[in-house]
Structure formats: C-alpha cells, structure tokens
Design a binder for this molecule. Structure first.
Ligand code: ISE
Length: 335
C-alpha cells in the first residue's frame, strides 16, 4: 500500500519533507499540499501532480489523503492536528506540538476521545543513531545511573524574525525532548541564565542563553543555546553516568589533512546535520501508518516539552529564578 500524504505548510521544512518522501523514502506519496498562501501550495503541488488547497481543513477533508504531515508554525498547529485526529487520520506534526500547554491538552483530549494514538511529534533527534546509542548505553546499566547531561545547541545565525522566546520554544525544545528521551523521566524544574550577549545578533535578541534543568531523579541538565555562533550548526551532548560518559558524535563525516592541518566540514543547518534522523523519522512514520500503528513521540511528549518551555520562559522573565514545571497528571492512555 502507498500511504497518500497531505502536507500542510509549504515552507522550507515542508519542502524538505516532500523532497525526502519523493526521492529518498519508500511507501509514501504526497497527494495534496495546503498553505494559506495558495500560490506556495501550488508551487509545491503542481510538479507532484498533487492537489493544492488554501487551508488545512480542506486538505484534511480530502478522502484521498490517508495521513497528514503538519509543517506550519507551531502557533497554528493545534486546529489542524485536532481536525486530523477527529477525521481519524495519523498526523506527523513538526515540533513544537503547540505553543501553549492548553492547546496540547486539547490535542490529547481529541486523541483520547477517538481512542487511538494518532499524533507523532516531529522530535527527529529520537531517530538519530548517536542519541539512540546514548540511550541504550544508559538503559543497559553498565555505567550506572545518570547524574548530568551537558548540551550545546549552536546555530550559525538566525533571521531577524527570530525572537528571544524562540531560543527556548524553537531551539532548546530539542534538548528538552532529547533529555526526556535519553533519561526516560520528566524535567521538574528549570532556570534560564542570560550571560553577556554576543554582538553578532539582532539587537532585540538575548543570545546566548543557558538552560539549567533538573529531572525527577535529580539529574542536572545544562544547555548552552547560542544561535549566532557564525561557524556552523553544531550540536553537542554528553551524558555523565556513575562510571563513564558517552558523548554524541558531532560532524562525523570526513577529515581533510593538508598543510593547514586536520579539518572536517561543518553542517550549516539542522536539515543536513539531522538528515538521517529526519529520513528515519518520516520512513518509520510511513511504515507505521501502513500497519495502522503509532510510532515516535506522543502528544504527551509534545505537551511535557511545552510545559518545560513555559517554565523556562517564566524563569527568563524573572531574571533566572528556578521555576517548577507544572503539568496535569499523565493520562493512563499515554502510559
Ligand atoms: C529550528 O526550528 C530547528 O528545529 C533547529 O533544529 C534548531 O537548531 C533551530 O534553532 C530552530 O530554529
């Protein structure tokens, strides 16, 4: 069976997904594209022979669409995700699931009403082989339990429209999710420190920031978020256990040796750094939809991450006070 996919959001991320579905992955086909900018939807849809729509609602109602990929801005995710769930269609929704805990709760309620896990959140790092190995090493127990996680999230630069809250809700949200995934426990408190800002930023931005979070068992996480580092896209993560550490391989392609010394190419963006992870994520989603199964992170994961984001934003607004993360009790449905 070929899974007939409808894409909502014809921007950069949506186009990158179309490219992989059409040229690199098996089992799926993009049959419809929706965007509020109908011309953008047409531009993506026409070469594929797909139908273009000016709204997500029309695409979701199309009986030829089996499953929905949402790649719009986080702020507008909830209505489309809820409509797809109510139509009984599987959804792969780019992160964040939504920008408020309330919207995430509405999505979880819709899912529980339908009685089926239909929503996967696009936390693609869960599909990165490095993070998977780190998780397996911790879970094996060989090196004891975790005590610390050191993370660094660096981007070469960000556009002017990127504002300080995006340091948390768009960027650090990846470490929030990967740490929950690696440690298999919730983050219970968080604070955000703001060091001296780099001069290589737009004036409105506070960059870099450092997130310091604590989990249920007391593991301490530190995350340097630094989005105008100039030299490239670089993600580091080191998990410290009682009897050893494991560090994520970064930029692990080739090393050139010449009269200038040793050097390796550095990625420019998440699309190339996490190419394999994105492909694995979308491929496994397509396979799971074929089998009528859920895969990847759940709406609960999307909700839990958004609650940590909220607490971190509160800390940022209160000059780095440690803020307790408040959540509803986890519904048995997501156990
Ligand atoms: C972007 O949306 C991503 O998801 C990238 O992984 C992250 O590095 C970047 O800061 C975000 O804006």
């Amino acid at each position: 069976m070929t899974v007939r996919i409808g894409l909502i959001g014809a921007g950069g991320m949506g186009r990158a997904h179309v490219e992989r579905i059409e040229n690199e992955l098996a089992g799926g086909r993009v049959v419809a594209v929706a965007d509020l900018n109908l011309d953008a939807a047409k531009e993506v849809a026409e070469p594929l022979g797909a139908t273009a729509y000016g709204s997500g609602a029309e695409l979701i109602a199309d009986p030829d669409v089996d499953a929905v990929l949402v790649a719009t801005f986080g702020k507008v995710h909830a209505p489309d995700v809820i409509a797809a769930v109510e139509a009984g269609k599987y959804v792969l929704c780019e992160k964040p699931l939504a920008t408020t805990p309330q919207d995430c709760i509405a999505i979880m309620e819709a899912e529980q009403k339908v009685g089926k896990k239909l929503v996967t959140v696009g936390f693609m790092r869960r599909f990165d082989p490095g993070y998977q190995e780190m998780r397996a090493t911790l879970a094996s127990g060989e090196l004891g339990y975790a005590t610390l996680v050191h993370c660094r999230h660096r981007n070469p630069s960000v556009p002017e429209g990127y504002v300080t809250r995006n340091m948390i809700d768009d960027t650090a949200i990846h470490e929030i999710d990967t740490c929950r995934y690696l440690l298999d426990e919730e983050i219970v408190s968080v604070r955000v420190d703001a060091p001296r800002s780099t001069s290589r930023r737009f004036d409105h931005l506070r960059d870099p920031l450092v997130l310091v979070a604590r989990t249920e068992s007391g593991v301490l996480i530190d995350d340097e978020v630094n989005v105008n580092i100039q030299f490239g896209y670089s993600i580091e993560c080191e998990l410290v256990m009682e009897a050893g550490t494991i560090r994520l391989g970064d930029q692990n392609t080739t090393v050139t040796r010449d009269s200038h010394g040793n050097r390796n190419p550095i990625c420019r963006s998440h699309v190339d750094r996490f190419h394999t992870a994105f492909n694995q994520e979308v491929q496994q989603w397509i396979r799971a939809v074929e089998r009528d199964e859920h895969t990847g992170s759940t709406s609960w994961d999307g909700y839990a991450a958004t609650c940590v984001v909220d607490a971190a934003l509160e800390s940022l607004e209160s000059d780095g006070r440690e803020v307790t993360v408040s959540t509803i009790d986890k519904p048995a449905f997501y156990a």
